[in-house]
Design a protein around this ligand. Structure first.
Ligand code: HOZ
Length: 423
């Protein structure tokens, strides 16, 4: 059945026809492509169209789709049972890998999604400090836990939902949203509310307002003020974990948070989340401590097997390879846009990037929102028609994987020239 019929059918039984809002293509128009299968850097839809894919399941597929070793690991694990609700040696293997890859992590709790990781991180920060307020940054998205759905990025920004109905006002009032990359506002908020702030949570490289790198000194300021005020610093590395280096942004920069949230890549394409940090703080979680957190599928053997296999393959890879391909791709895009006489901004960090339809620098959510989203939508549709699957919203990241070849990068740049003719 084709995507159009499937979408019509899906909308009868699934809200909006999708299980995660951005997939509905509301920001770009048209019918979402329903995927039949995916291998390497390619996805094939149910109509039989093949696309070079830069969504990468929103980040996890850094090795490409259906990597044979990852698929074999999942098959092998499934043959021994898919969930036990009891501990396994695999979970230790995963925890040991995360501990050795992240200097700030001494202990890890595995979960089933990034949302669980960030939700648990702020609960643990509140339980540890005895304080209730949290600081987050406008346009950063940390999953959909109540306290974090305040001025959030990703689908919340795409659909223009400033604060979600259903989040109790009393809870939302405990969240202090500040502009990303504005160290001075952080200092003054901490000066004003310091004693009440349990944590500052941040995507060290923002990915959910589109890619926005931290300004030099911004994350260092967060570290300095949290240390001085007794709040915890939480890095949400759900996207950046193992995306930019074997480890996280913290591995590259040496800026060490108290807690780290992970997900996506560490599950090798299966549902996963993880929270890690210093032993004394992590032991504040049940059963050693009073802060409660639990999950039937936490540490699931299929996810652990896919994740461990992915991490072990990544260990032998040079991140410079994907960074170079992403740089070539972005340079090719910029060249085609220049030829067309259109000024755009591309923010790229390693293998993740976003193309913004604005002439100005994009440094925070305000500047990201000045991008011409109608133009983005036309460009997206042009690229899709030319066989390229980009993230279907302006406030998202695109990803290059180890499976993308130079030939696929060149084809993507050619497709860009074609798409620009339709703008
Ligand atoms: N919130 C995700 C992107 N940042 C989208 C998840 C999905 O649709 O799978």
């Amino acid at each position: 059945m084709d995507s159009q019929n499937l979408f019509a059918q899906a909308q009868k039984v699934i809200p909006g026809g999708v299980n995660s809002p951005v997939r509905a293509f509301r920001a770009v128009g048209g019918t979402p492509i329903f995927i039949r299968e995916a291998t390497g850097a390619r996805v094939v839809d149910t109509d039989g169209n093949e696309y070079i894919d830069y969504v990468a399941s929103w980040g996890p597929m850094i090795l490409g789709h259906s990597h044979p070793e990852v698929v074999a690991a999942i098959r092998d694990a499934a043959g021994r049972g898919t969930s036990y609700g009891a501990p396994t040696a695999l979970e230790i293997g995963m925890a040991e890998r995360l501990v050795s890859a992240f200097p700030s992590i001494e202990m890890v709790r595995m979960m089933s999604s990034g949302t669980e990781a960030t939700m648990t991180a702020i609960r643990l920060a509140r339980g540890w400090t005895g304080r209730e307020k949290i600081v987050k940054f406008t346009g950063c998205y940390h999953g959909h836990a109540d306290s974090l759905l305040v001025k959030a990025g990703s689908g919340v920004a795409t659909l223009g939902i400033p604060g979600s109905p259903g989040v109790p006002r009393a809870l939302a009032e405990l969240t202090i949203p500040l502009p990303f990359n504005d160290a001075e506002q952080v200092r003054s908020a901490v000066a004003r509310h310091g004693e009440e702030i349990a944590c500052i949570i941040v995507e060290p490289v923002a990915g959910n307002m589109g890619v926005v790198p931290p300004r030099p000194g911004f994350l260092e300021t967060l570290r300095e003020v949290t240390r001085a005020s007794g709040a915890l610093l939480i890095f949400d590395e759900v996207i950046t974990g193992f995306r930019l280096a074997y480890g996280g942004w913290q591995t590259l920069t040496g800026i060490v948070p108290d807690l780290t949230c992970l997900g996506k890549i560490i599950g090798g394409g299966l549902p996963v989340g993880a929270l890690g940090g210093r032993r004394e703080i992590m032991e504040h979680l049940a059963p050693t401590g009073p802060v409660y957190q639990a999950g039937t599928l936490s540490g699931n053997p299929l996810a652990m097997s896919a994740g461990i296999t992915t991490l072990d393959i990544l260990r032998g890879k040079s991140y410079r390879d994907i960074e170079r391909r992403a740089a070539d791709l972005c340079a090719g895009f910029l060249d085609r846009f220049r030829k067309k006489g259109l000024s755009v901004r591309i923010n790229r960090v390693g293998s993740m990037f976003t193309l913004f339809f604005t002439a100005d620098e994009v440094v925070d959510f305000d500047s990201a929102s000045r991008s011409d989203t109608a133009m983005f939508a036309s460009f997206f549709r042009g690229m899709l028609a030319a066989g390229i699957n980009l993230a279907p919203a302006q406030f998202e990241a695109d990803f290059v994987s180890f499976a993308h070849t130079d030939e696929e990068i060149a084809r993507t740049v050619d497709a860009c020239a074609k798409a620009l003719k339709t703008l």
